[in-house]
Design a protein around this ligand. Sequence first.
Ligand SMILES: NC(=O)c1ccc[n+]([C@@H]2O[C@H](COP(=O)([O-])OP(=O)(O)OC[C@H]3O[C@@H](n4cnc5c(N)ncnc54)[C@H](OP(=O)(O)O)[C@@H]3O)[C@@H](O)[C@H]2O)c1
Length: 295
Amino acid sequence: MKITLTGSLGNITKPLAEILIRAGHEVTVISSNADKKTAIEALGAKASIGSIADIPFLTNSFKGADAVYTMVPYNFGAENYRQYVAGIGSNYAKAIKASGVKRVANLSSIGAHLENGTGPITGLHDVEQILNQLDNVAVKHIRPAIFYINFFFDIALIKGQNIMGNNYGKEKRLVMVHPKDIATVVASELQQSFTGKSYCYVVSEERCISDIVKILGSAIGKPELAWVQFTNEQTFAGMTMSGIMPPTIANLYVELGTAIDKGILWEDYDKNKPVKLGNTKLVDFAKEFATVYNN
Ligand SMILES: NC(=O)c1ccc[n+]([C@@H]2O[C@H](COP(=O)([O-])OP(=O)(O)OC[C@H]3O[C@@H](n4cnc5c(N)ncnc54)[C@H](OP(=O)(O)O)[C@@H]3O)[C@@H](O)[C@H]2O)c1
């Protein structure tokens, strides 16, 4: 099959391209950075260099593909994040229509069933609605759980204050996934002949926060590591302190934390759990975490 992937050599797209190439498919990888061309070609894929903001470029990259993988990269510089995400979704819809692609695996998120109240995920809800409007195109929305790799953002807090924390309590549940496990599911979906519009969840493991802290803490030689539930104001202040995260984005993540605290993020997942969980468990990720922590 001819398959075009957005997401460059990112966390999901790189392992996804590797799986598809090993399976004998002709893969094109879209990147906005011409410097990535050599690395993309080294995988055995064709590089298509340009921006997903450019509809004619996207149309050209999708033309002739039997299936495409769409994802919306982070852009914390966007003035209105929800509008940015939905805008990229709309670009994808236009390019899919113009290029005649008939099968799409779209990266969405757990919580995308909700229209509001999920911070950065609301835009992905919109993208699902936009792609669902496409006539005669099969679309599978892949709704992954919270990525384990988000824990890398806690390293500064652990090193600085010997704690982990957020605006949800340590007795709460987190539904998590490894990007490699997402790549496995996306690869399998792209190679299947699904029809209509549907979605599926990708999850590697569910754990309560206190278990997570114990596992990650033990992996870095800090079995006594504690979790602190911050107020929304403290969470916002912590995120914006370094000046890297804009206030508008920090507000979205405070809202996402509240959705985790209330449990609403998992509501639809709980009713539609996948038959099989991903292979990469938190204890496996803890080794990666320790390597990053120690470097
Ligand atoms: N973190 C979570 O817990 C979570 C949970 C659910 C869903 N998600 C979704 O997962 C996504 C991240 O997936 P990922 O980790 O695989 O991505 P990633 O590693 O962040 O890679 C995305 C790549 O897209 C490319 N890109 C950025 N802007 C572009 C543009 N204008 N045109 C073309 N390419 C562009 C960049 O590579 P180049 O520089 O080479 O262009 C970037 O490395 C999020 O955006 C979110 O939608 C995340």
